[in-house]
Design a binder for this molecule. Structure first.
Ligand SMILES: [Zn+2]
Length: 472
């Protein structure tokens, strides 16, 4: 069994559930351990067996703190995983925040479903609890980017920052003499607050995201568009509701809104409410790591937060909703799958003066995707609401590289890799990117399919050390 095999247990022909297993003679490594999100058929996969026993996985390398990359960790630990989970320091803090929130939402959803009887499961149960989430934290092992970490005799890796969100990294894994790059989620070169992604110049194999493999974000200045949408809505005496990932997008958005106020492009006295305890906490974590991980320093980051109302207390949410004056509300979740944003949506959706502004990727089956697809009604907490508010999309604020930026990322490699494996994309996006890479760069591309074993290479000429001996 001297083979190196890649198997995607999630984020194969879809954008959520990232779990990429690298089976080697020395170690079995899981890169990311995310939850499936979106349509029911995907979410149900969180409940099915992984296809590998948790204890068979020696360690996890986590690229970043988004739920679709880290959200399965508590479950894996409950199932018997006992290895180290490597991540950067900001990723560790953000992941703890996100997992506790995820567990809390699942527990509340299960309780509500049981109370109001909108469940087919009797009783409805959470995927994991707050206690499960906390129990997984002791396996978190923090490592800085740009420093190699030895995992076994023939395997070591380093993190390289990749923009996207605070602490997010690609993974460069040296494995039996070959270099395998896991791209993670590739950020934008021109983010307002994060440094551009680190580029690589050498690889034998690349496991690469393809979220926007078929789309360009456009050349319009997103700040100008954002200002126009806000001013339009205010002129109608409406509110702007921006569903946003609490981590990453929210902080960038605050920075941009603040800049627009400073430049006089939106009214200085326009209230901006970030109604998300998690976004508030994520902003605090961003402040801690601003100097090491962000383009803007701590002082500037601190200053921009002075111009918004950060709300943690749910009792205030009702007050914000009742207050009829125009305002901007930023609330999670970013794809309208849950969270406090739904309370606003219930009240804002039926009023044609309001704008629902979509700024991030919306997975198939989410309320966000339905709104972008011009649905005439949205179901929230078991009730239908007609869509009368304007729904607008601002792609320029995306945290994911578009097709041209993904191609630019690959073009940095001096020598063509043996193969690129595409993950983390929906089939149309993956097919477009596959054809583009093969045609323009003549690199073989494989679109990973769920649970398929893909042989990368053999390492017959190495003296393999038994996995568990090499770790000690
Ligand atoms: Zn992400």
């Amino acid at each position: 069994m001297n083979e190196i095999i890649l198997q995607s247990l999630g984020a194969a022909q879809t954008v959520t559930g990232s779990k990429h297993l690298l089976k080697t003679p020395e170690l079995t490594i899981l890169v990311d351990c995310g939850l499936f999100q979106g349509v029911k058929s995907l979410r149900e996969q969180n409940w099915t067996a992984l296809g590998i026993e948790a204890w068979e996985i020696d360690l996890i390398i986590l690229t970043h703190a988004h739920l679709d990359h880290c959200g399965y960790i508590p479950l894996l630990v409950r199932q018997g995983f006992k290895g180290e989970i490597y991540m950067t320091a900001p990723t560790s803090e953000l992941t703890q925040l996100i997992l506790l929130d995820s567990a809390k939402i699942q527990q509340e959803d299960a309780e509500n479903a049981n109370k109001h009887h909108y469940t087919k499961h009797h009783p409805a149960k959470p995927l994991y609890t707050v206690e499960d989430a906390k129990a997984s934290f002791r396996f978190f092992t923090v490592r800085d980017p740009n420093i190699f970490v030895r995992l076994s005799d023939h395997i070591h890796f380093q993190f390289k920052t990749c923009g996207h969100i605070l602490g997010a990294c690609s993974v460069e894994l040296n494995c039996f003499g070959k270099k395998i790059i896991f791209s993670g989620d590739i950020g934008r070169p021109q983010s307002a607050i994060l440094n551009p992604p680190d580029y690589f110049t050498e690889a034998d194999y690349i496991v690469m995201e393809s979220t926007y493999g078929d789309r360009l974000h456009g050349t319009n200045d997103p700040c100008q568009e954002l200002a126009a949408i806000i001013n339009d809505t205010i002129a109608r005496k409406g509110n702007v509701l921006i569903p946003s990932f609490a981590v990453g997008r929210a902080q960038e958005l605050i920075y941009l809104l603040n800049s627009l106020k400073k430049q006089g492009k939106i009214p200085l006295n326009l209230p901006i409410i970030m109604d998300s305890p998690m976004a508030a906490a994520a902003t605090g974590i961003s402040l801690t790591y601003a100097e090491d991980y962000m383009k803007i320093g701590r002082a500037e980051f601190q200053q921009m937060n002075n111009h918004i109302t950060i709300n943690q207390d749910y009792s205030n949410t009702v007050g914000f909703i009742k207050d009829k004056s125009s305002k901007i509300v930023i609330a999670a979740s970013g794809m309208l799958t849950g969270g406090r944003v739904l309370q606003y949506l219930e009240h804002y959706l039926e009023d044609n003066r309001n704008t629902i502004l979509i700024i991030g990727f919306q997975a198939e089956g989410t309320r966000g995707r339905a709104l972008l697809n011009h649905t005439h009604e949205v179901k929230i907490h078991g009730k239908y609401y007609p869509v009368k508010a304007r729904v607008q999309e601002l792609e320029g604020l995306s945290a994911h590289a578009d097709q041209s930026e993904l191609m630019a990322w690959i073009r940095k490699f001096k020598k063509a890799p043996a193969q690129i494996m595409l993950v983390h994309g929906e089939p149309c996006a993956q097919e477009a990117l596959r054809v583009k890479i093969q045609t323009e760069l003549s690199i073989p591309v494989k679109v990973m399919t769920p649970n398929e074993d893909v042989l990368l290479f053999s390492c017959d000429h190495f003296v393999v050390t038994a996995a568990h001996d090499s770790k000690n």
